[in-house]
Design a protein around this ligand. Structure first.
Ligand code: NAD
Ligand code: MG
Length: 396
């Protein structure tokens, strides 16, 4: 079997490292690494590059160019830095690309990864929230295959069979409920960064952990599901399932429901995308249903977690508004992580930013191109920063 040429965008992150963990366990020669990329941690990237021997290692932060180059001196591995280098690395000749950059920063490189016959394993959900129609249309036009890596969407992908796509009534995304599933609003108002980062089931990067605590993650995932599978918002249901054993369900017109189950370990969905259309062995824990004994389900509490409704409303307005939702949320999460606003303030910042953007301009239902998407993203970030400033000034 010839080696599969793969690139990993966001190699130093939680999904990137889980992908490399699987690659490291494969028989030698199974994979050839084309490019590894990271944001600003040159040491971590260089260490991965020395171990996995890509053709090129790319750091987004230009101020880290020299550090990366020095760390790779004498290895024969090329290095580059900056946004253009990231896009160049993403478009390099590979069979399979893992898109695991977090946030709208992944938009340009992930779009650049789409190429004829290439498989793009998509973890970067923000990319679909910002400009999913644009992204999916481009993928179809160029003939790239997009495989969802987000566990719920990967589950749906596995349970959706092509012959019966026309018979799908609805799909259901499960949500663990996050660390505050049983907390009162008063308790949530006082939640610290540490409380919010302590996810009960999944171990993930900081941004998605905070999104899981507000349930904005599930809101983004509803949008992601609609765009990936061409569904309407009403067709995408959400149920809280604290054990995170069932990841996604598809209900067909005859009442049959097909679900995908597995231990909450990202290596399972990543492996499904890495080996597709085949399967590969993973070290993930196997399900022992008798030991688990019981699976629980509950309705999401939209009063304590307004992010879900906010995301559905943005989805109704189209791509411009979902892009604004994502941008405002990225600013809100960043500000919370820097301890400048409280936990519940995050949703207030997103909601106020959307009102302000909506009042000021008519956002497009669909973006014509990536420049339009990036412009909306940048404008909304400014608005959200203003909202944060007013909020913190009021408190001071
Ligand atoms: P992470 O924060 O652990 O890693 C993010 C990666 O992106 C790092 O390699 C970082 O260097 C890189 N990066 C960050 N900002 C960048 C920038 N401005 N330019 C270039 N590179 C940048 O995040 P993660 O948890 O691995 O999540 C990655 C993506 O996968 C997110 O979109 C997330 O929603 C999605 N996802 C993650 C999980 C999970 O279990 N971690 C599950 C489902 C979906
Ligand atoms: Mg998910």
């Amino acid at each position: 079997m010839s080696a599969r040429r793969i690139s990993i965008l966001g190699a130093t992150g939680s999904v990137g490292l889980a992908t490399l963990d699987l690659v490291g366990r494969a028989e030698p020669g199974r994979y050839e690494i084309v490019a590894l990329t990271a944001n600003s941690n040159a040491e971590a990237l260089a260490e991965l590059a020395r171990r996995y021997r890509p053709e090129i290692a790319v750091i987004a932060d230009p101020s880290k160019a020299a550090a990366l180059k020095d760390a790779l001196a004498g290895t024969g591995i090329a290095s580059a830095s900056g946004p253009e280098a990231l896009v160049e690395a993403a478009s390099r000749d590979a069979d399979w690309v893992m898109a695991a950059i977090v946030g709208a920063a992944g938009l340009a490189p992930t779009l650049a990864a789409l190429a004829p016959g290439r498989v793009v394993a998509l973890a970067n959900k923000e990319c679909l929230v910002c400009s999913g129609d644009l992204f999916m249309t481009r993928a179809r036009d160029v003939g790239a295959t997009v495989l969802p890596v987000d566990s719920e969407h990967n589950a749906l992908f596995q349970a959706l069979d092509d012959d019966h796509r026309g018979y799908v009534d609805s799909v259901t995304l499960t949500a663990s409920g996050g660390p505050f599933r049983t907390w009162s609003l008063d308790e949530m108002a006082r939640a610290t960064r540490k409380d919010a980062l302590a996810h009960p089931v999944w171990s993930m990067g900081a941004k998605i952990s905070i999104d899981s605590a507000t349930l904005m993650n599930k809101g983004l995932e509803v949008i992601e599901a609609c765009r990936l599978f061409d569904l309407r918002s009403e067709q995408v249901k959400v149920v809280v399932h604290p054990q995170s054993i069932i990841h996604g369900l598809v209900e067909y017109s005859d009442g049959s429901v097909l679900a995908q189950l597995g231990a909450p370990d990202m290596r399972i969905p990543i492996a499904s995308a890495l080996a597709w259309p085949e399967r590969m062995r993973t070290p993930a824990e196997r399900l022992d249903l008798a030991r688990i004994a019981k699976l629980d389900f509950e309705k999401p509490d939209e009063a304590r977690f307004p992010a879900l409704a906010l995301a559905r409303t943005a989805l109704m307005h189209g791509e411009g508004m979902t892009s604004a939702l994502n941008a405002a949320n990225e600013i809100a999460v960043e500000t919370f992580l820097n301890d400048h606003i409280g936990f519940l303030d995050m949703i207030a910042v997103v909601s106020d930013s959307l009102d302000e953007v909506d009042g000021a301009e008519t956002l497009p239902k669909r973006f014509a191109d990536i420049d339009e998407a990036i412009a909306t993203d940048l404008r909304t970030r400014d608005v959200a920063r203003g909202v944060v400033k007013r909020l913190t000034a009021k408190r001071a």
